[in-house]
Design a binder for this molecule. Structure first.
Ligand code: IPE
Ligand code: IPE
Ligand code: MG
Length: 240
């Protein structure tokens, strides 16, 4: 597939359905989150094998802070554990690890672990794995607008730059600066919505909604999604 350029450079996944997966098995919701970590590992490996350059995963939204404290706490602990366990695997597979989102809301322990994983993997270049944590699209755009407004307040002489700003320039103010927009966004568990994810960056993404719950989404499902993407005709508003 790679030869005819149909491998997406950036695949993004809204990892949904962990709770339902656990409930179907008569277990606590957090059991589904733990199993979802195995899907993260499987999809990361598949992405490396298929030559995808960026894999981004929506792991926790700003709105997810409103979940019961026990679930939030367990999820955050799971992230620390997963990072610790997966670091050697990422090093072996040439994976550069990046976390994007409102890190001010994360605990010091989690932030320290993130910093450690990011600095240790910074020179890896086979795949960039981006984890969106405490992220929402509206938050991202609002932060960008604030940054821009404050910059202009401090440097009024840059007014003309702002007036002449293009969409590509604004992208540079978002947390995803330097990362290409997602070519393919997958959402598992049958929900057909963005839930405040990458609102700006998803402007021309292809979407794939699948009934498969995230803990069941493994290498075969990832490869099937790439095969579906290869059939899509992207027109970007033009006539072909
Ligand atoms: C996705 O699974 C993981 C997070 C949002 C953190 P959910 O926890 O949303 O699972 P469902 O949608 O309730 O089944
Ligand atoms: C979206 O899933 C967020 C993540 C997958 C991290 P949710 O389960 O939170 O979304 P809604 O509430 O069903 O829209
Ligand atoms: Mg959900």
């Amino acid at each position: 597939m790679e030869e005819n350029g149909r491998i997406p450079a950036h695949v993004s996944i809204i990892m949904d359905g962990n709770g339902r997966w656990a409930e179907e098995r008569g277990k606590e919701r957090v059991y589904g989150h733990a199993s979802g970590v195995d899907s993260v590992r499987a999809c990361t490996e598949a992405a490396v094998e298929e030559g995808v350059k960026y894999l981004s995963l929506f792991a926790f939204s700003e709105e997810n802070w409103n979940r019961p404290e026990h679930e939030v706490h367990t999820l955050m602990e799971l992230m620390v554990k997963a990072m610790r366990n997966e670091l050697p695997v990422m090093m072996r597979n040439g994976v550069k690890f990046v976390v994007l989102g409102n890190r001010k809301r994360l605990s010091d322990g989690l932030n320290a672990m993130i910093d450690d994983c990011m600095s240790q993997t910074a020179a890896n270049d086979r795949l960039t794995l981006v984890i969106f944590l405490s992220y929402s699209g509206k938050w991202d755009m609002l932060e960008a607008a604030k940054k821009l407004a404050l910059e202009l307040a401090d440097h009024p002489e840059r007014r003309a730059d702002v007036e002449n700003m293009r969409t590509e320039d604004f992208s540079g103010y978002l947390v995803t600066a330097g990362i290409p927009d997602p070519d393919l966004i997958i959402r598992t568990s049958g929900e057909c919505r963005l839930s405040n994810y990458m609102l700006w960056q998803a402007a021309y993404s292809e979407f794939l909604f699948t009934e498969v719950l995230w803990p069941d989404f493994r290498k075969d499902e990832f490869r099937a999604a790439l095969a579906e993407y290869a059939k899509r005709d992207r027109r970007y508003g033009k006539v072909k």
